[in-house]
Write a protein that binds this ligand. Sequence first.
Ligand code: ADP
Ligand code: ZN
Ligand code: MG
Length: 460
Amino acid sequence: MKAKIGFEIHVQLNTKQKLFCRCSADYTDKDPNTNICPICTGQPGSKPMPPNLEAIKNVIKVGLILGCKPNHVRIYFLRKHYFYPDLPKNYQITSEPLMVDGNFFGVKIREVHLEEDPGRYDLRNGYVDFNRSGTPLAEIVTEPDIESPEHAKGWLEKLFLYLKYSRAIRADPGSIRVDVNVSIEGGERVEIKNVNSIDGVYRSLKYEILRQTRMLIVGKRIKRETRHYDDEKRITAPLREKEDIADYRYIPDPDLIPIEISESLIDNIKRDILSPIEYEKILKNKYNLKENYIQKLLQNPEFLELCIYVLKNIKKEDPNRVAEILTNHVWRVIKDTNLEFHQIKNLQLVRNIERLLTILNRVDRNKLCDIVSAMLLNSEDPVNYAKKKRYLLQEVDKNKIISIVKEILTSETKAVNDYLNGKKKALSYLVGKVMSRLEIKPNPKTITEIIKEEIYRTYR
Ligand code: ADP
Ligand code: ZN
Ligand code: MG
């Protein structure tokens, strides 16, 4: 039975201040309720300040990375009403979609919008800490294009990596919260609220898919509901029947004027952005890279950026040869050691790969990783290192030369006859022909000997 999975993902935007007041957005390591003001605690008579521009820019950045287009309408801030101890004004301010219609690694993105985070309510003792209240969140809504827990985990890891690397979001763990929607063919969808880690998403999906599949097998109906995931017991449990959109009584916030996204703002943000869709185009169209290299390069934004730098700066080389070294050997060395991307000296990497490519045909393939690791970790020159370690093949395979000689002798009948009739020049002509077919050039004498042997053996 096929599963369908879609997410509503909350990420904390990277800003200095909260969304509608000037309190610090850095709420961690502070005594409870010391990072607050009348606005972010929703006190009577307080009104939101104009929205934090840094947050707006970062939510646009998130959208662009996910391949979204700006929503070119007046975007209103809405009041979403519900009652919970962490929300003193009894409504959360959430924007209409700022960015729409994206696609990130094959999963369609419906929209991205802005929200304020509530405070933190401790169920065990009833305490509420408002330090976090009013900090900016982006909510990303996907289409239900995800097919399995494994797919979900891999995709979310990539998403988090790209967003973190762009500095649009906070990097600390726990800064991602996901509402996981999952249905099985023939059943209603269930929403698992507020899962707070990628592994949690994976485990809750494993459990929930199993639960739903079993229900369907024994002929029970799966009802549309909201569940909660308990990561200690590793199960999901019913929370409440899903509220209707009407329950939130959305109204435009009269204290906030709607915003409009201008083209020039988009252009400004685009300038320093690393979006996989844009890079896929460049790798395909400009460098003509094979699909499997492109997919490997896109795995990690820091690696991608490093490789683009190398491809851009290497002169007169087949980009696919460069990509082979990068995606196989350089990548493996980085993964197998504790090397960080910023420790790699980009310019030196360009020079070293150029050098390495000059000996690639003569080098024992099994030794490539050793050469690359010496070059990355100990700043060794790849050519000198390969020589020092005797990794270069000295002799060409004699049988290979013989078979090429045979081929050429069959096609060059005139030269063979000329030689047999005493024309010495014909021999050097044949040597030249063979040489041009070999990647690794042995001593011409060796070839001369082989040609002579073959001619005498076959043509006399
Ligand atoms: P609602 O309006 O009830 O919030 P949406 O259509 O807005 O529902 O979808 C909310 C989330 O549920 C989205 O992330 C979407 O991908 C996901 N979703 C929608 N339909 C399904 C389904 N059949 N199975 C799993 N997830 C779904
Ligand atoms: Zn405040
Ligand atoms: Mg919805």
